[in-house]
Design a protein around this ligand. Structure first.
Ligand SMILES: [Zn+2]
Length: 236
């Protein structure tokens, strides 16, 4: 009787052991089975797809001087139609926008005190203005007096000296003011965004060019921007 009881207990023990071992094996296989696809999943998330590696398109911000704020310089008398700086600039900005967009660039048009200037991250922020009604000729360009990236901004000035001067026939006018080097928009963009202000010419002395030949002015600006973007790309 006792032997039969012991054998029955032994069988029960073996059965119990078998179930226990089988359970452990199933759990081990399951955990390995669950881990593997997870690891594969993580790899596919980390590895960038070719689409993600495409360089984002460059954004050029054009600030249309005085837009949404005031008229800027107003020229005219009994013998000549009134010309407002804000209108002349807006017309040229629009021509530049079309030309830049046709080459695949993203263009952001800003007003004088545009809220989007704050922490603006762009390949370039170029503010366009025209000078006063006096009978003087020439363009002026400046970058922030306290710039964090003066070498980069000087490249844009060099491109303006080369291409804007060639397209418009204008010379640099050496009357850059503190108002230009301490221009309000310079302080608002991100420190890494190159910023330049261009006074495209005098509404007085350069009236014909600015109001009758805006295509030439726009072409000079577009070529200057493309020159700058190429230069920055080459040296980066
Ligand atoms: Zn102005």
């Amino acid at each position: 009787m006792r032997i039969a009881l012991i054998r029955r207990l032994q069988r029960l023990f073996f059965l119990f052991s078998f179930v226990l071992v089988a359970g452990i094996v199933i759990l081990a296989v399951r955990s390995v089975g669950f881990l593997l696809p997870r690891q594969v999943e993580q790899v596919t998330i980390v590895a960038p797809t070719p689409e993600q590696e495409i360089v984002p398109s460059l954004t050029v911000a054009l600030l249309s001087g005085h837009a949404g704020y005031d008229s800027g310089a107003i020229c005219g008398d009994m013998n000549a139609p009134t010309v407002k700086e804000v209108d002349v600039v807006a017309g040229i900005v629009e021509l530049v926008r079309v030309q830049l967009e046709s080459t695949g660039l993203e263009v952001l048009i800003l007003e004088e005190y545009d809220a989007r200037l704050t922490n603006l991250d762009a390949a370039l922020m170029l503010s366009l203005h025209a000078d006063s009604c006096i009978l003087v000729s020439g363009y002026k360009a400046a970058y922030p007096f306290n710039s964090a990236i003066p070498l980069t901004e000087r490249k844009m000035l060099a491109c303006i000296d080369k291409h804007y001067a060639a397209q418009t026939g204008l010379s640099f006018h050496p009357s850059v003011t503190e108002e230009m080097t301490r221009y309000h928009a310079f302080r608002k963009v991100l420190p890494g965004t190159p910023t330049v202000i261009l006074e495209m010419g005098f509404l007085g002395g350069d009236a014909h060019l600015l109001t009758q030949e805006p295509e030439r002015v726009a072409a000079g600006i577009t070529e200057s921007i493309n020159c700058f973007l190429d230069d920055v790309e080459q040296t980066e």
